[in-house]
Design a protein around this ligand. Structure first.
Ligand code: T5A
Length: 221
């Protein structure tokens, strides 16, 4: 399976897409299975893939991630500004150069997470979030986004099965996680060409197949 997707006959449109790289993001509530699916897609797409995550992805952005995840008492506005700083660094240092080198960049969370978490969960004005996202990314938008949709209680249960430590956000009340899911569902509705909603309550194999199907559809457009 590895690498086979890129050995298929290439349409002119697809050649054009590959010339500029492809930017794919994964989103979803805590424990939706993003890490699992990011790794499976990367394995299926072969050596041209660059895997990364937000917040993080570069040494500076990973330091910001640590502050973000471990600082009890942090305000939502501080969260937003830390995430924006990390994203500015990540886009300029890693994502844009990789796309320019014709890579397929797969990122675990990106701009839609800020809308869902700091906007819907945290109550910050959505117009401000969109504007900040545009500024720090220089207008870079993913080509394709998979939202792994799952009731948050199931995601939290999945995570608790495997881990003893729960980070600051995972410990928040269920109501906050439900708002995050609502934010993601709104993002999918607002931009159906880019954002594909995947039922993450299915088995990991079925979810992977659904993602590959959407990826093929994207390439053939
Ligand atoms: N954040 C981030 C913001 O608030 N704003 C932002 O703008 C950004 C970018 C980052 C935190 O930062 C916040 C959101 C987050 O709280 P993170 O590292 O992305 O944290 O943490 P999580 O989102 O919680 O990601 P996780 O890695 O913890 O969970 P995943 O990746 O969604 O799930 P995964 O693949 O690790 O799977 C969890 C468990 O479920 C099993 C796995 O084996 C694993 O045990 N699993 C399944 N079980 C049954 N069926 C399936 N289909 C399964 N798929 C996986």
């Amino acid at each position: 399976m590895k690498g086979t997707l890129h050995m298929k006959p290439t349409s002119p449109i697809r050649k054009e897409k590959l010339k500029h790289g492809i930017f794919i993001t994964f989103e979803g509530v805590e424990g939706a299975g993003k890490t699992t699916q990011v790794q499976r897609l990367a394995a299926a797409l072969g050596p041209d893939v660059v895997l990364t995550r937000e917040p993080g992805g570069t040494p500076i952005a990973e330091r910001i991630r640590h502050i973000f995840l471990t600082s009890d008492g942090i305000t939502t506005m501080t969260e937003l500004l830390l995430l924006a700083a990390a994203r500015a660094q990540h886009v300029n240092e890693l994502i844009r150069p990789a796309l320019a080198a014709n890579k397929i960049v797969i990122c675990d969370r990106f701009i839609d997470a800020t809308v869902a978490y700091q906007g819907y969960r945290g109550g910050i004005d959505l117009a401000l979030i969109h504007q900040l996202n545009r500024v720090v990314t220089g207008g870079l938008t993913p080509d394709l986004t998979f939202i792994l949709d799952l009731p948050p209680e199931i995601g939290l249960q999945r995570k608790q099965r495997g881990e003893t430590h729960r980070d600051r956000l995972e410990r928040e009340p269920l109501d906050r996680h439900r708002k995050v899911r609502k934010g993601y569902l709104s993002a999918a509705k607002a931009d159906p060409d880019r954002v594909k909603l995947i039922d993450a309550a299915q088995s990991a194999d079925t979810v992977h197949t659904a993602i590959l199907t959407e990826y093929h559809k994207y390439l053939s457009q």
